[in-house]
Design a protein around this ligand. Structure first.
Ligand code: RAM
Length: 354
């Protein structure tokens, strides 16, 4: 967990700290030249010309713009592949199936996907793999049997501990009722984080916080806004809301900022600095967290390139170099861990632009 807080640190130190925080398990040694594998068997470099397609939960979400169009694209260009992003405009469970089928028919070498549902897209992904594609999940995993590797932004335990710590600090020592505003009800990442938050809340140090409701805004701005309104009407004693989705936390902040609850009901979650800046500055939100989404997309692209080039197979212990991020080792169940979440406050938010 990043303990780094802004305020006294100079902007440069903060950016360096953030880079280190999001690099997590990357080694501190200088990165090998682009596309060079770590010492292991198999191919030595990422093949040129690989078709690598990103399929986010939804397009037009600033979080996925950063992960895909800022991170993934840069990586694919570094190893001279062909980058694309495609996907549904709404984050619903089966909306991604037809996109997977099309990508497979187009002979895509690597499909990089954030799953709206861990099972609903499995059949389509298996067909794509049979047709020769490698599948990398990032952000939100599928069932592990349906993909070659999963790029995890941060551990579920780390994310949950950070979210509970932030709401606990915001609400204060008396604690009280809290609620969660999530994304879609089937999202693998959200459900893992919610389960871990319940585990955190069961710890004695969090005994004064009581989770009274969990609602779903479906990563839709309007629905998230209305669900926030509904929560406040239904729970007059609510002291805090956690929204571990960039869409949800921005919509909840917008609602709170002009309501009678501003400053009385606390809000934290996982947000992008550009979407949350206004609400941190006007004191609707004290702090929130996230990782660097463009590093997540960058790492996912390099992992896909290494898989499609035969440099790794996705088994535990496989090592590869992800360009500027350095060396990574595949962990249990084909998971590659990016790093720790980072906390944003009024003191450091202007150091970031994504
Ligand atoms: C939203 C999505 C995504 C999640 C981020 C924090 O953009 O729900 O899956 O990781 O928020």
């Amino acid at each position: 967990m990043s303990r780094i807080r802004g305020g006294r640190a100079a902007a440069l130190a903060m950016l360096t700290a953030f880079t280190l925080a999001v690099s997590g398990c990357a080694s501190q040694e200088p990165a090998a030249p682009t596309g060079q594998p770590a010492a292991s068997g198999g191919a030595q470099t990422i093949k040129e010309g690989l078709k690598i397609a990103f399929l986010p939960k939804q397009v037009n979400n600033p979080y996925f713009d950063a992960s895909d169009n800022k991170g993934g694209k840069v990586a694919v260009e570094e190893f001279k592949g062909v980058y694309s992003q495609t996907g549904p405009s709404e984050a619903s469970p089966s909306a991604q199936v037809s996109y997977i089928n099309t990508l497979s028919q187009q002979g895509t070498d690597v499909i990089v996907v954030s799953a709206n549902d861990k099972d609903a897209i499995c059949g389509a992904l298996q067909e794509a793999r049979t047709a020769g594609a490698k599948v990398v999940t990032y952000d939100s995993d599928t069932n592990p049997s349906c993909r070659d590797a999963f790029i995890n932004q941060a551990s579920a335990e780390g994310i949950a501990a950070s979210q509970i710590k932030l709401i606990s600090e915001a609400v204060g020592p008396d604690g009280g009722e809290i609620a969660i505003l999530s994304a879609t009800a089937n999202a693998t990442n959200q459900n893992a984080w919610i389960e871990m938050m319940k585990t955190e809340l069961a710890k004695p140090e969090n005994a004064k916080l009581k989770l009274v409701d969990t609602v779903y805004g479906d990563d839709d701005d309007q629905k998230s806004f209305q669900e926030t309104q509904g929560l406040l009407a239904k729970h007059p004693n609510l002291k805090g809301i956690i929204s571990p989705t960039t869409v949800g936390v921005a919509a909840a902040a917008r609602y709170l900022s002009t309501s009678e609850y501003k400053g009385k009901v606390q809000l934290t979650g996982l947000g992008t600095p550009n979407q949350m800046r206004e609400y941190v500055k006007n004191d609707t939100v004290k702090s929130f967290a996230l990782w660097n989404p463009s590093d997540l997309g960058y790492l996912a692209a390099y992992t896909g390139g290494a898989l499609a080039s035969g440099m790794i197979t996705g088994k535990e212990g496989d090592k590869f170099t992800a360009g500027k991020l350095g060396e990574y080792t595949v962990g249990k169940d084909g998971t590659v861990l990016l790093g720790d979440p980072f906390e944003f406050t009024k003191d450091n938010i202007d150091d970031f632009d994504f």
